[in-house]
Design a protein around this ligand. Structure first.
Ligand SMILES: Cc1cc2nc3c(=O)[nH]c(=O)nc-3n(C[C@H](O)[C@H](O)[C@H](O)COP(=O)(O)OP(=O)(O)OC[C@H]3O[C@@H](n4cnc5c(N)ncnc54)[C@H](O)[C@@H]3O)c2cc1C
Length: 453
């Protein structure tokens, strides 16, 4: 049995950073990864997909060059091998960067293999037994495969597989109209594929307010993406060159099918029973406000604890754990204000409550919206789709939440993220003096238009 001060299972966006901090203090740590350093974000998530989104945007801008007075002769052609190679280069640079960093940490041992508990403080990996008083789980999540008739008989893709395609699908059917599905749908449409999005719920991105979901659908449709919502029955049948997808009474002849119906935590093959670690019904590891599981000395960080499904939430779990364990602070999960982006183009930047959540909280609320065609920067750039929205508490004057669906929405939303984290009320933020001409410059104006509803 090999002993360590701490064992980390999964090299995602939380564990490795805490392991590195502990190693820098001279603690003996083991980092166990069954596949690639950097986990989903680096290898199959944010980094490759946002690189692909950038290629898709370049194609879109090139096609619209003439509107800006830029003439391009001939067809805009997409070289999918180069598109894929670009994404792989970004992934490899990050993955290799992590490997180099860790190889320089004298007390860190990186072990490649699948780790499993055999007892509360015992782990087996590659036939070896390891033990430590502190164990951190950062095992992430994987695509869920729904039980749909005929799906098992066809060759479908998930978000992990589709990023390796180096040829263009003729017709991509995307099952699931939420964040991951929508990003791939628009990207592949811009690369030149026919795209159909099939969603069981009544709206795309159904966690958002209806006005946001509707505007997202308009953006997708304006680029020629077909959208089916409220679909009751989805079935699949194999064809010589793809699959027939039957949606209620319609059929789609798809060359490729992407299943993007959500993610499940990688907790079913971790031997959690042997450790006595409790999960909820969906397999997410139950943690307290400081990320501790029910078993003393075991913590769960990142997507596997169900308190976030983003790189920045996973990284924040690292920050909370590090602050509490190494810096003598008392940081809590419940202090986090959730923020995220949907990387369609234009993107959606979001923070805090939606309008429907704010209403459901029983507060007296104020709301203000402004279309992007009344934002100077958007007009100058010729990209005026979308709108911005803020929700505030009429009594306490707190900013409860905001959404910017529009050009630079993922950046401009940080005006709200920063203000909300600093506890700034809307009457104070209204007096900030922003830079012209930016999207953010409309934040004070938006706040000035808040009305009780
Ligand atoms: C297509 C896609 C796009 C995304 N885009 C964004 C985005 O734009 N912005 C954003 O913030 N988030 C995005 N995400 C989500 C983001 O990638 C994750 O939330 C993020 O990677 C955090 O994950 P994590 O740290 O919890 O674990 P992960 O990064 O998933 O890492 C977990 C690691 O644990 C390893 N592992 C699992 N079980 C074991 C075991 N038993 N033994 C050893 N190793 C094990 C896995 O191999 C994996 O490497 C995207 C995700 C996808 C799929």
């Amino acid at each position: 049995m090999k002993s360590f001060d701490a064992i980390f299972i999964g090299a995602g966006q939380a564990g490795p950073f805490l392991a590195a901090r502990m190693a820098a203090k001279g603690m003996k740590v083991a980092l166990i990864e069954r596949k690639f350093l950097g986990g989903t974000c680096v290898n199959a998530g944010c980094m490759p997909t946002k690189t692909l989104v950038a290629s898709a945007r370049a194609a879109h801008v090139a096609r619209h060059g003439a509107e800006y007075g830029v003439q391009i002769s001939g067809e805009i052609a997409i070289d999918m091998k180069t598109v894929r190679a670009r994404a792989e280069a970004v992934t490899m640079s990050s993955r290799n960067g992590l490997a180099n960093w860790f190889s320089g940490l004298k007390t860190m041992t990186v072990i490649y293999g699948h780790a499993r508990f055999t007892a509360p403080k015992e782990i087996t990996v590659n036939g070896e037994m390891l033990t430590a008083p502190k164990i951190f789980l950062n095992v992430g999540a994987r695509p869920v495969i729904p039980d749909m008739p005929g799906l098992a008989d066809i060759d479908y893709l998930t978000s992990t597989g589709i990023i390796h395609l180096d040829s263009l699908p003729k017709h991509l059917a995307v099952i699931g109209g939420s964040y991951i599905g929508l990003e791939f749908a628009q990207m592949y449409r811009r690369f030149g594929a026919d795209v159909t999005v099939i969603e069981r719920g009544p709206k795309l991105a159904s966690r958002e307010d209806e006005d946001i979901s509707d505007a997202i659908a308009d953006i997708m449709r304006s680029e020629g993406i077909k959208i089916h919502t409220d679909v009751k029955d989805i079935r699949f049948a194999k064809r010589a060159d793809g699959a027939t997808v039957t949606i209620d009474s319609e059929t789609v002849a798809a060359s490729h099918v992407l299943v993007a119906t959500g993610r499940v935590p990688n907790t079913d093959d971790l031997g959690l029973d042997a450790a006595g670690v409790v999960t909820d019904k969906r397999g997410f590891i139950t943690v307290d406000d400081r990320l501790a599981t029910n078993v003393e000395g075991i913590w769960a960080l990142g997507d596997c604890n169900g308190h976030g499904a983003f790189t920045h939430t996973s990284y924040n779990d690292f920050e909370i754990a590090a602050a509490n364990m190494l810096d003598g602070e008392d940081r809590k999960l419940s202090s986090r204000i959730l923020a995220y982006a949907l990387y369609i183009d234009p993107p959606l930047g979001r923070v805090g409550m939606t309008e429907k959540q704010a209403r459901a909280s029983g507060r007296k609320i104020m709301v203000s919206t402004r279309p992007m065609n009344r934002v100077g920067r958007a007009n100058e750039r010729g990209e005026t789709k979308g709108f911005m929205k803020v929700v505030a508490d009429a009594e306490t004057k707190e900013i409860l939440g905001a959404a910017i669906l529009g050009i630079e929405g993922d950046e401009a939303i940080h005006g709200f993220i920063d203000a909300m984290n600093a506890g700034t009320t809307y009457p104070v933020l209204k007096w900030s003096v922003p830079i012209h001409p930016t999207v953010s410059e409309l934040i004070p104006t938006l706040l000035g238009d808040l009305k009780s509803i």
